[in-house]
Design a protein around this ligand. Structure first.
Ligand code: PH2
Ligand code: MG
Ligand code: MG
Length: 151
């Protein structure tokens, strides 16, 4: 079993309801045991700034799936909740990002773990720090230190 962290994001439609449905679908996944869910927070859009504000959070889970299998689970949940892929960094009804998968560092087509921008994004680091300030982002450092570096 591997401890993994998934980022939750939404900025279209009924954001809170959709994020809660995503967490429920994760709980219903056989290979996944959800251990904790952070609070959801309102965040200003990063990257493409001319879009609605986001609701962001994170989930701590244990899984018997590989990183690649977990990614497939996340993509399937996104699809089932109506995600349509559009502009990169653009608005979306649901975004589930594999932020950290144990101590693995993977850089393969379609699979980049830890998430390549997690260390520079407050909207991802804050919920992670709420779940575990001591969490190590492999190759990047401790979540609490990464957050401090952003200031
Ligand atoms: N996700 C993005 C781009 N910009 N900004 C915020 N505040 N929250 C997000 O989840 C987010 C974003 C691409 O996934
Ligand atoms: Mg994202
Ligand atoms: Mg994504």
């Amino acid at each position: 079993m591997t401890l993994a962290y998934v980022g939750l994001g939404a900025n279209l439609g009924r954001r809170e309801e959709t994020l809660q449905r995503a967490v429920r679908l994760l709980r219903e996944t056989d290979s996944v045991e959800v251990r904790a869910v952070s609070t959801l927070r309102e965040t200003a859009p990063v990257g493409v700034v001319d879009q609605p504000s986001f609701l962001n959070g994170a989930v701590e889970l244990r899984t018997s799936s590989s990183a690649r299998e977990l990614l497939e689970v996340l993509l399937e949940i996104e699809r089932s909740l109506g995600r349509v892929r559009g502009e990169r960094w653009g608005p979306r009804v649901i975004d589930l990002d594999l932020l950290v998968y144990g101590n693995e560092v993977v850089d393969e087509p379609g699979l980049h773990v830890p998430h390549p921008r997690v260390h520079e994004r407050r909207f991802a680091l804050e919920p992670l720090a709420e779940l575990d300030p001591e969490l190590e982002v492999p190759g990047r450092g401790k979540v609490s230190a990464l957050l401090a570096e952003l200031d």
